[in-house]
Design a protein around this ligand. Structure first.
Ligand code: URA
Length: 212
């Protein structure tokens, strides 16, 4: 598994405001969206394209076009929804599948409560979006789901990651026969005893959508 921490002053600037506990939810949503767009630019560096012939107003030339099957974006409900628009902005022809996963706050284990994905993901590049890579349980379960459906290239785009989560994900993915990449705005210090990322930004779903 490859982990990329996007090192860019605009990413660091937006992330700082996102972390601030005094940032209100409308600003949080807007900044999360902007941050995802910046991360998506790096995350899609390996998106598959094929040559195409076109004619400019001046001369024929060759360019590239995204190949079929189009990439699949998979937001993990609920908090991943806040990252969907930022991904679609850069990948407007992508399809979108949904995975509903919830983490048991005591055992920290992830269970799937909803799924709307194509039955066959062979040959698909998949972009899983979830703001927080904390224990890694949710992402590991989501990636396992996609690999079982045939996905052969998976990129997870997260706003923040914890070293424990990355290590756990690496362990879970040993033996998985598909390249997996994680793209994040920052690698934080650690997890606390409740499984929250420190310093983190709190509960991403609550900050995006309010407490429910
Ligand atoms: N989920 C969150 O929303 N925040 C954390 O810090 C960890 C998991």
């Amino acid at each position: 598994m490859e982990t990329l921490v996007v090192d860019h002053p605009l990413v660091a600037h937006k992330l700082t405001t996102l972390r601030n506990k005094d940032t209100d939810s409308s600003t949080f949503r807007r900044l999360a969206d902007e941050l995802v767009t910046l991360l998506a630019y790096e995350a899609t560096r390996g998106v598959r394209v094929a040559p195409v012939d076109i004619v400019t107003p001046v001369a024929p030339t060759q360019g590239v076009r995204l190949t079929d099957p189009q990439p699949l974006i998979v937001p993990i409900l609920r908090a991943g929804l806040g990252m969907l628009d930022g991904m679609i902005r850069l990948l407007p022809t992508a399809e979108v599948g949904f995975l509903g996963m919830v983490r048991n706050e005591e055992t920290l284990e992830a269970t799937t409560y909803a799924e709307r994905l194509p039955a066959d993901l062979s040959g698909r590049q998949c972009y899983v979006v979830d703001p927080m890579l904390a224990t890694g349980g949710t992402l590991a379960a989501a990636i396992d789901f996609l690999v079982k459906r045939g996905a052969d290239d998976i990129t997870a785009v997260v706003l923040l990651a914890a070293p424990e989560g990355v290590a756990a994900l690496e362990k879970e993915l040993e033996g998985v026969d598909a390249p997996v990449r994680v793209v994040t705005a920052a690698m934080d210090e650690k997890l606390n005893e409740k499984g929250y990322i420190v310093p983190g930004l709190g509960d991403a779903g609550d900050r995006l959508y309010g407490v429910a």
